[in-house]
Design a binder for this molecule. Structure first.
Ligand SMILES: C[S@@+](CC[C@H](N)C(=O)[O-])C[C@H]1O[C@@H](n2cnc3c(N)ncnc32)[C@H](O)[C@@H]1O
Length: 273
């Protein structure tokens, strides 16, 4: 068996797995631990109030919808995702939130977009690039569809830094590595962007890192581990028994206030030259 990043192969998942991912994306989007990271760069996505902005890998459209709700944004927000189920959900949520006119969700592949060159004022990818088949091709597409001088923003985790505490450090380290291997096609891609961006015609304007850490209590990392730990077993990296033992210890530490987990996330804001 080999690891198959569920977001890369989302179109091969069954209905129950899709429903679980939709729930995870929506719960993450309501988690303050995480939403503040989007808020830190969202203002840069709208160089003028009526900007046309595209999100690649929008999933259920949570970030695209956040943008559409912002007071400083009166333009149109587009979202593209490879999953028709996610796009259906995104459209439903947008209707419920009364922003149907402000957003446009479409099924598509980030490696080969169905938009003419230089269509958008800004293009962003929020936790997409770690999942795609070929990050360089996706970056090239982002550069193609943004206008000269437009903004390209990439946000994602450096998942090689993701760790959950476990008393047996050696076993815990191997379980961290298995969780990352099972969940992400490109866990170290954020380290490559300073090198890749200039080669693709992007000038870096700003970049910063944030440690997302939960100590004592867990919300973001609880939902993460409950969603993705089963993929460790599916990938054949550990037995169900070993994952169960580790997961039981994580849940116990969440109950008794001794939980610890952390991961570094990075934001890159670049300008198309
Ligand atoms: C972790 S989710 C992020 C969703 C959304 N950006 C958010 O933050 O809520 C990654 C998304 O990337 C999408 N994705 C992965 N590969 C893709 C591709 N080649 N083209 C379009 N979407 C893709 C998945 O379907 C999934 O919805």
């Amino acid at each position: 068996m080999v690891a198959r990043d569920p977001h890369r192969f989302v179109n091969e998942l069954d209905d129950a797995a899709i429903a679980r991912l939709i729930a995870r994306l929506e719960s993450r989007a309501k988690d303050l631990v995480f939403t503040k990271l989007f808020d830190k760069y969202a203002a840069h996505l709208s160089p003028h109030p009526s900007a046309q902005v595209l999100e690649l890998g929008c999933g259920t459209g949570a970030m695209t919808r956040f943008l559409a709700h912002r007071d400083d944004f009166s333009g149109k927000a587009f979202g593209v995702d490879q999953s028709a189920s996610f796009i259906d959900a995104a459209r439903r949520f947008a209707e419920t939130e009364n922003i149907g006119e402000r957003v446009d969700f479409r099924v598509g592949d980030a490696h080969s977009l169905d938009f003419p060159a230089e269509t958008f004022d800004a293009v962003f990818a929020h936790t997409l690039i770690s999942h795609v088949t070929d990050p360089t091709t996706v970056l090239r597409e982002m550069v193609r569809v943004v206008r000269p001088g437009g903004i390209v923003a990439i946000f994602d985790g450096d998942y090689a830094s993701m760790t959950y505490a476990f008393p047996d450090h050696e076993f815990g380290h191997r379980m961290d590595a298995a969780l990352v291997t099972a969940s992400f096609n490109n866990p170290r891609i954020m380290r490559d962007l300073p090198r890749l961006m200039p080669e693709l015609g992007l000038t870096l304007q700003a970049a910063w890192g944030d440690a997302v850490s939960e100590i004592g209590t867990a919300s973001y990392f609880r939902s993460f581990v409950e969603t993705y730990a089963p993929y460790i077993v599916k990938a054949g990296l550990f037995s169900a028994e070993a994952v169960g033992l580790w997961l039981t210890a994580q849940r116990q530490s969440m109950e008794d206030g001794t939980f610890f987990a952390s991961c570094n996330y990075y934001t890159y804001l670049a300008c198309r030259t």
